[in-house]
Design a protein around this ligand. Sequence first.
Ligand SMILES: [Zn+2]
Length: 106
Amino acid sequence: MISDRQVEGTSNPELSKLLQRLRQKPFCIWDKPAHKTEWNRTPQGTCCFNHIIPAGLPIKNNIGHALYDYEKEILDALVTHKRIWVKKATGLGISELLLSIWFIYV
Ligand SMILES: [Zn+2]
């Protein structure tokens, strides 16, 4: 989640506004029914980080894709381990996922 320090630490008004919207929002709501409920409850789909950021959900072949289970496994591994190694095929969205995480925690 975006911290108060990150919100207060920027002088860019557009970025500050975006960070305010992201504050206290989860990166993703993995439980699909709960995610749908939160989507419907919040204005304009401001349920989670991935729906709030201007880039939106990862897009492949002009279709926005929700995060996949293997991306949750990577996130969970990052929480419990300092370093992880991912042996992957190209086009899985791992780089985009890690850049999103970097945005939140830096
Ligand atoms: Zn969402």
